[in-house]
Design a protein around this ligand. Structure first.
Ligand code: NAD
Length: 476
């Protein structure tokens, strides 16, 4: 696959110097390769988006909604191909790949609806002062750069693309070099729907391509999802140009289990929160806080549940958890296993890479992890769960909040009043009570503290691509 960049409505070959290998992580082998876009091609993509903007923002919202519905429909038509590609390139089990696709479809359908409501949002503003009238006009921010990671390629891109297009922005999307083929579906769909050339551009590449986009003076906004280290570079570029930025960054989220929980149910939630997508989730609930009264019953059952998971190649076997998506991620997780051994942590399950081809690790549980352990404080991005015990509700809240991140949290308790109270006290962007990783397009996504700036999804996700204008008229 050489024509892998979609610029100004045409598929073009990469002219950059980086060669990108597309790997099957279950085999640890490449199955495709492509050349990255050059800096000049990033320029062309931004210029194409700039050129397309005036006509695109002048379209009426129902026309844009029709395109978004087209995206939803055509994603559905490509269902089997997109599920297989996610299984092959991400290592996702089939049911997870299906959920990702359905999430992307739901996102385009939802923002189609919101686009249709846009005209009614431009309203008169009642003024206390006589002699003037005022009205609000919501306008697209303009040309936006979208940079995304590899862990949920279809979803993360849909969360940005759909609201940006609904608002009337034109975009340049840069997928991750680890999963550069999956989002090509968005270009193919744009082509087949006859989306005006330049409204959606896709450039593939590594850091050089990402930096060329995030530093580009032709953007009006950048929306980034990825690591904190790259996020801070992206923020520096935005600050140098005094330009708005949305950052969806990392997490080290807590799952708090009170002693009134059903043990088996709690185990199910805990396992899902750390092994879904092989733990490669910004929202992984990787810090387990378990109340003293239930810890002795829960930890052995949790250990057994993790050891029972079927880990394997999603394309060849019925599995609960696939491999890690990249060799770099596999090496990173392995380095945390080494750190855990150096720190003398108590390992109740896993703690090792699997002795087979591909980038597999075993689901892992460490107990009574000290608060200053690197495994307790740093985002690992793998199926590695660290547990600590607590006595009181106040202690649980304090420990859960004692993190530089603030993305999500899960609270498990039969006492719903307490669960709601704890949810209110947690310093995060999203709390699940007695459920895990349930994300709905109508609710918001994003974090506090080091987990980022801004919100995606819901009406907030649309506002991120809108600029508010007021027109005030003297009536005299
Ligand atoms: P990453 O930061 O390494 O890469 C993200 C994207 O940035 C990729 O497309 C990459 O090519 C690009 N990039 C790399 N260097 C760049 C540079 N100098 N300038 C501009 N762009 C550059 O992250 P990753 O490893 O792909 O993803 C994992 C991280 O993403 C984790 O920290 C995870 O928590 C985070 N994440 C957050 C959310 C969220 O919603 N908060 C969702 C998914 C993933």
């Amino acid at each position: 696959m050489t024509t892998s960049h979609y610029i100004a409505g045409r598929w073009v070959e990469g002219q950059g110097s980086d060669c990108i290998s597309v790997n099957d992580p279950a085999l640890g082998q490449p199955f495709a390769e492509l050349l990255a876009a050059s800096v000049a091609q990033v320029d062309q993509a931004v210029a194409a988006a700039r050129g397309a903007l005036p006509a695109w923002k002048a379209t009426n919202a129902s026309e844009r909604a029709a395109y978004l519905r087209g995206f939803a429909e055509q994603l559905g038509q490509r269902r089997e191909a997109l599920i297989t590609l996610q299984m092959r390139n991400n290592g996702k089990p089939r049911h997870e790949a299906e959920i990702d696709l359905d999430d992307a479809i739901a996102t385009f359908s939802y923002y189609a609806e919101l686009a249709e409501q846009l005209p009614s949002k431009n309203r008169d503003v009642p003024l206390a002062t006589p002699g003037f009238s005022a009205r609000t006009r919501l306008e697209p921010v303009g040309v936006v750069g979208l940079i995304v990671p590899w862990n949920f390629p279809l979803v993360t891109s849909a969360w940005k693309l759909a609201p940006a297009l609904a608002a009337g922005c034109s975009v340049v999307l840069k997928p991750s070099e680890v999963t550069p083929l999956i989002e090509q579906a968005y270009g193919q769909i744009a082509d087949s729907l006859g989306l005006p050339a330049g409204v959606l551009n896709i450039v593939n590449g590594k850091a050089e391509t990402g930096a060329a986009l995030s530093n580009h003076s032709g953007l009006d906004k950048l929306s980034f999802t990825g690591s904190n280290s790259v996020g801070s570079q992206v923020m520096r570029s935005a600050s140098a140009q005094c330009r708005p930025v949305t950052l969806e960054l990392g997490g080290k989220s807590a799952i708090v289990v009170f002693d009134d929980c059903d043990v088996d149910q709690a185990v199910e939630w805990i396992v899902a929160g750390i092994t879904w997508n092989a733990g490669q989730m910004c929202s992984a609930t990787s810090r387990l806080l378990v109340q003293d009264g239930i810890a002795t019953a829960l930890l052995p059952r949790l250990q057994a549940a993790l050891e029972k998971l079927r880990v394997g190649n999603p394309l060849a076997e019925e599995v609960d958890m696939g491999p890690l998506t990249s060799q770099a991620q596999w090496l990173k997780v392995a380095s945390y296993f080494a750190t855990a051994r150096e720190e003398g942590l108590q390992c109740l399950a896993g703690g090792k890479v699997l002795d087979r081809e591909g980038w597999f690790v075993s689901p892992t549980l460490y107990s009574d992890v000290p608060k200053d352990s690197r495994l307790w404080t740093e985002e690992i991005f793998g199926p590695v769960l660290c547990a600590r015990r607590f006595a009181t509700e106040e202690q649980a809240i304090a420990e859960a909040n004692d993190s530089r991140f603030g993305l999500v949290a899960t609270v498990c308790s039969a006492d719903l009043e307490r669960a709601e109270r704890v949810a209110d006290a947690l310093e995060v962007g999203h709390v699940w009570i007695n459920s895990v990783q349930a994300v709905f397009v109508e609710t918001s996504w994003g974090g506090t503290k080091g987990s980022g700036i801004g919100r995606e999804l819901g009406p907030w996700g649309l506002s991120a691509y809108q600029s508010v204008k007021h027109v005030t008229r003297c009536l005299g």
